[in-house]
Design a protein around this ligand. Sequence first.
Ligand code: MN
Ligand code: MN
Length: 458
Amino acid sequence: MSELAYKRTNVYEIADEKLMKEIFDYAEGYKTFLDEGKTEREVCNYVVAAAEAKGYKPFTFGTKLNVGDKVYYNNRGKNIYLIRIGKKDVAKHGIRILASHIDSPRIDLKQVPLYEAEGIAMAKTHYYGGIRKYQWATIPLALHGAVILKNGEKLEVKIGEDDNDPVFYISDLLPHLAAKQNAKPLGEAIEGEGLNIWFGNIPYTTAENEKDKTVKENVLKILNEKYGMEEADFLSAELSLVPAFKAKDIGFDRALIGAYGHDDRVCSYPAYTALFDEISEENTVMVVLADKEEIGSEGVSGMQCAIFNDLLNEIAASAGVSAAAMRANSLCLSADVNAGFDPNFPEVLEKQNATYISHGAGVTKFTGARGKSGSSDADAEYMGFIRKLFDENGVIWQTGELGKVDVGGGGTVAKYIANMNISTVDIGVAVISMHAPYEVVSKADVYETYLAFRAFIK
Ligand code: MN
Ligand code: MN
């Protein structure tokens, strides 16, 4: 291949001993983060603690922000904004924004979940985000979330992560009796209303009333004894079933990490750790860890919420400059994952324009579907800026799009930020089996994405 031709770089092919050590050391911190925060609430708590340890203080609206200030805004415990005020004039230079999301596809309990069928206590669910339903049966599931009790007290729930905890379960057919199910299209093999959770099997034989000697009643008794709950407390609860797996190295060489919810904690971790490195005091930097991306970035904790603009306005007002001028000069990396090329399924990705695992941070110029519809499609000038920045800082990166033309598609938070007159492009880590209970990424890509974010906020 000539000097003039473009070729992707495999990080592991060129990494020296020092870089290999950095890549593998960084992955350990990421794996801990994955295991500690499986829901947006848990990630929020984890990052708030990390931020406070780095001297970040909670921000309240109406407080003036000064150069050198490090603050965080914890939005309802589900979404967090980290802000560091730099020395540069924000009207002239704008601010640097890294925006990722901390919600992942999962299975949520309904508000009236409990029932009993043939001596089994079951719970009804409604899935959250784009899942392939059949993948969530016959795996151990942990129950995470929050319950607001009748008296207003908040109960934090996390059952199934400790080795001594029970886990929960969705059943599937045995192959011996699955002939009919096998003939169905994969997407219909298990239906939404079929994602019912196994909750218990022992009847409440010592109940005073004959009609209470049921398995469901026994589950209610356990919930009451252990957590002070009654059935109506599910009405004001947000309880999610997530895979009970821990993050693990994959392969003999340990190059890859398997875990639940790389999408998009694999970009959130590099974003906030790059900020905490404090490599430069020049730029004002905002790291957004958004919620609700998987269901369209809606609502009070989603990227479309006015709170994002409100915080930008506070930064501009504190500096005494026009918020519009600040936004016009601000730059954003929408940090989200892309589909990695999977040799088991080569037919859905276009080889020349796919992201490959272990080939560095993946820049995605546009997302969307069917003719780039629904994408903000970054301009050549901003792509040029990013390209130069990464190349000058020794970041290994590639580009890729989500699948072959017209095969499918997807979206990120990018367009909501770009719509506010802020130059934005997607960048993130290539993921294998995205949205599955156990997804796979390359340690090298996690590290290169972190280096990309460091270069961007410097
Ligand atoms: Mn994502
Ligand atoms: Mn996703």
